[in-house]
Design a protein around this ligand. Structure first.
Ligand code: PLP
Length: 363
């Protein structure tokens, strides 16, 4: 079969919405200081690793995992203070939960609404599932939300679901909680507050689950320090979650993840110390960036900082940082409001210093 023939078939059968997408890009980080993906830079103490290994050694991978992962759920309820009356659905990362929610409400003529710029998976998953996507622009200067334009878009498009990242990615800021409540009250459908960065901020909408009929809150263990396990959670009233749970593939939380997450969450204090260190490092990194001429960091409530670099030099800085062994995320060219922007994940103090020194040298 010829390449042309295959391409003709691809064009005929792969949906236009998929062909128009660019794949979610993950940069090769081999040998680099990895400050591009909001990972926790710290690993586990040696004693904890050994205890964990003991559990894994005694795991029977010939069996399917528990379909509901009750131990993991109980551990998450305990460590995240999930309201007792709220129901819980687990996903293979919160990415999978976004997809399950979109599948549950989706279809042609249905709309998924968010703000722009934000986490790209909302738009991508809408495209996978033929939902219309509406992205309401945030204010250009500080990426705050213009409540009126969101409410106008909600009235006009009647979205089946609204996704709002709180704090937002890639900007790191929080929206006004009263604005979020106004949106929940005005929305005809679901509102999902995506709290992926909860370990790095004091605020949350979790305690409001159950007070509104249409509010769901999503969390993940990825940014806290367990990105490799792929585990996210959706919290909300059971009538919603019972339906959404039907779209979950059987055994979506694999046995190694179930064992490892339940174990890790028994040692939550370790992660609390790590995320606390990251918060302190974030504030130091922000101050240091603010003192650099030509660099404009945005205050962040997450474990990363968005920075604007003057005179159209962001892409050049990104490339030259990489040459010097430091990988950050280039956002220049990804969205009109992100011109000249890079996003740097907060690493260890040593990694942050290396980044700062390299950036200073470039400027
Ligand atoms: C990283 C991120 C996610 C994805 O989390 P996983 O649980 O690793 O899939 C979801 N939402 C936002 C806003 C994120 O930044």
């Amino acid at each position: 079969m010829s390449k042309e023939m295959i391409e003709t078939l691809v064009k005929r059968w792969i949906k236009p919405g998929i062909r128009a997408l660019s794949a979610y890009h993950v940069a090769d980080a081999k040998g680099l200081i990895k400050l591009d993906a909001m990972e926790n830079p710290y690993t586990w103490p040696e004693g904890l690793r050994r205890e964990w290994l003991e559990l894994l050694v005694n795991t029977d991978v010939n069996r399917y995992p528990h379909p509901q992962a009750p131990e993991v759920k109980a551990a998450l309820r305990r460590t995240m203070s999930i309201p007792e009356q709220a129901d819980l659905v687990l996903g293979n990362g919160s990415d999978e939960l976004i997809q399950m929610i979109a599948m549950s409400v989706g279809g042609p003529g249905r709309c998924l609404l968010s703000v722009e710029p934000t986490f790209v998976m909302y738009r991508m998953i809408a495209a996978f599932l033929d939902l219309d996507y509406v992205g309401v622009p945030l204010r250009r200067d500080d990426f705050s939300m213009d409540l009126n334009s969101v409410l106008t878009a909600v009235r006009e498009h009647q979205p089946a679901v609204i996704f709002l990242a709180y704090p937002n990615n890639p900007t790191g800021n929080l929206f006004d909680q009263d604005d979020l409540r106004s949106i929940v009250e005005a929305a005809p459908g679901l509102v999902v507050i995506d709290e992926a960065y909860a370990p790095f901020t004091e605020v949350s909408m979790l305690s409001m689950v159950g007070r509104y009929d249409n509010l769901l809150v999503m969390r993940t263990v990825s940014k806290m320090g367990l990105a490799g396990l792929r585990l996210g959670l959706l919290v909300g009233p059971s009538p919603w979650l019972e339906q959404i749970d039907k779209t979950r593939l059987p055994y979506n939380i694999n046995i190694l993840t179930q064992i490892s997450a339940a174990f890790a969450l028994r040692h939550q204090a370790v992660f609390d110390q790590q995320t606390e260190a990251i918060r302190r490092a974030r504030d130091l990194l922000f101050k240091a960036l603010r003192s650099l001429p030509g660099v404009e960091p945005l205050p962040s409530q997450a474990n990363f900082i968005l920075l604007r670099i003057g005179e159209g030099r962001a892409l050049e800085c990104y490339r030259r940082l990489r040459e010097r062994g430091i990988l950050v995320k280039n956002l220049h060219g990804t969205h009109a409001t992100l011109e000249d922007c890079l996003r740097v994940t907060v690493g260890t103090p040593e990694e942050n210093s290396a980044f700062l020194e390299a950036l200073k040298a470039l400027l």
